[in-house]
Design a protein around this ligand. Structure first.
Ligand code: FES
Length: 136
């Protein structure tokens, strides 16, 4: 069953020496937790900074299989991901440009999205992102 191999990892991105910000009132983590799940079931949960894209969170944390070749310009589809179905409706709908770009990807499903087009918000705490077996 998915989720049994969860490994909580600190963000080793821009400020790896700093802990994730916490609420002074409650002590709760203020960063949404996003979990990337590889085709073999191995997963990594990451504290995702608000405003970053799912692609940026993945590439800054060396998530295998998410490349982000165009840097987020919606021009390469190497950030193709499968969103956990319960989360699909909770995300903003893809733009026509994103939908057109996805047509060039392999293994496209109803829950396919480009990670560079999904911005991290508070509402995405708990998001599950499946990495396709291959890009391109
Ligand atoms: Fe190129 Fe997302 S990073 S389309």
């Amino acid at each position: 069953m998915l989720g049994q191999n969860w490994q909580h990892a600190p963000l080793p991105g821009a400020f790896p020496h700093l802990p994730a910000p916490v609420s002074q009132a409650t002590g709760e983590n203020l960063m949404p937790l996003v979990t990337f799940i590889q085709p073999d079931g191995i997963s990594m949960a990451i504290d995702a900074p608000l405003g970053m894209s799912v692609m940026q969170v993945a590439t800054q944390n060396a998530i295998a299989g998410i490349i982000g070749e165009c840097g987020g310009a919606c021009a390469c589809a190497t950030c193709h991901v499968h969103i956990d179905p319960p989360w699909v409706e909770r995300l903003p709908a893809p733009t026509s440009q994103e939908s057109e770009m996805l047509e060039f990807s392999s293994d496209v499903k109803d829950n396919s999205r480009l990670g560079c087009q999904i911005r991290i918000t508070d509402d995405l705490d708990g998001l599950l992102v499946y990495v396709p077996a291959s890009q391109g």
